[in-house]
Design a binder for this molecule. Sequence first.
Ligand code: KIV
Ligand code: ZN
Length: 516
Amino acid sequence: MRRIDIFDTTLRDGEQSAGINLNTAEKMEIARQLERFGATVIEAGFPASSPGDFEAVQRIANTVKNSTVTGLARAMKSDIDTSWEALKGGEQPHLHVFLATSPIHMDYKLKKTPDQVVDIAVEAVKYAKKYFPLVQWSAEDAFRSDPEFLVRIINQVIKAGATTINIPDTVGYATPQEYGALFKFLKENVIGIDRVKLSAHCHNDLGMAVANSIAAIENGADQVEGTINGIGERAGNAALEEIAVALHIRKDIYGFETNINLQEIKRTSQLVSQLTGVVIQPNKAVVGKNAFAHESGIHQDGMLKNRETYEIITPELIGETTAPLALGKHSGRHAFKDRAITMGFELNDQQLNEAFAEFKKLADRKKEITEDDLFVLFTGKQIESADASIYELTNVQVQYGTSNVPTATVAADVPSGENVVVATTGAGSVEAIFNALELLVKGHVNILDYRVTSIGKGRDALGEAVVNLRFNGETYTGRDISQDVLEASAKAYLNAINRKLVKDQALLKVKEMVGQ
Ligand code: KIV
Ligand code: ZN
């Protein structure tokens, strides 16, 4: 069986999508999980794009050992130098350098002739090879490029030392047949194509990213790129869990294998959704919450007689176990610790003690603590608290009546060290809370998106709030989980504000260091 490499770009192309902003601790947690998931390559970020990205890529490169860690760079020396500083501690330093090759990108974006583009690409690859043993070169918007021009430029970058050639469908325009044909054409016409890894990178604008990726594999691609849950710019990237499961379930016709540990799919998907705040659509293939639900009587009857009547993938395959007994307020520390270990968390004594104290508080208010609740609790503890609480909510109170004007009073510890209390009204309870918090943070805040979802089932389920807002000209997403959705909403709002302020402080430090 031919082995297909899986290149994960959740932390780069995925993180690039609207409203997602992960801090370093969260990126580290996702990277560690991607390593367990079995990604061959993890694209940890774009080191030259910001000090935050640089730091995250560097920490991931220095930590992850079983996957190759890469970072994205434009075809320019300064980006390559910065990327080397971030990636040099990795097991196998790998760089991903890109340049657009389609007429529309060359004319309007780059304002370069095709000859100039070839020269820039070759120079960049040669320069990168001075540092990196592994260099992936991507022809941005390859699918809309002239295939003859692609052959010409790829011949040159291979000669310059590229070890992987990536052919992105940057705008998700291809059909499976066309995308597959492009790979076949390149396999037949590029000199030395068999000496390098050939890679596919598909966007999902027409909903064909997974099908296109598989068509590329059938026509010679050695690697496919994508993200967990298919997150990414616009309609997102190819969903890696779908590709891995499709290749596994239909190996009878494809005959390809990957290194993906299918049992880690559920957990990886849950973690990415929790930390990015991007909710998984319920009917999403493989990881949607209804992916294994059988609603109609006829289907349920069939399932009881023989599961294979309606089930082609088992929940167990992707690591969704039949939930073990829920824990409750009488559960002891020992059972709690055992559960953390069975669920694959590695908490130190202090983290475990803190998690247990929170568990006990929660168990006083909630009858059963489910696997989903524990996942959220353990994940929160495992991520070292990088979200400094610059503003910390100490109280929220709302007065609401169908014929009254909703009024919110919020109290929070503010940067000066004082505890400030503000009260104001709004058209609804949440608006009143957000209006009060806006007075507290003294800036202009625009709410771009706001969502509340429940973790697990039942009337006492925990509520998760995600707030995407614009504060003093920049967009941030905050999230929080609480038993009360109003409290979760207020905390998620302050979490977004705190993320912006933490980033401002980090930038200020960098400026001081370089003497600006
Ligand atoms: O979609 C794209 O073209 C990309 C490149 C940077 C590889 O993400
Ligand atoms: Zn992309």
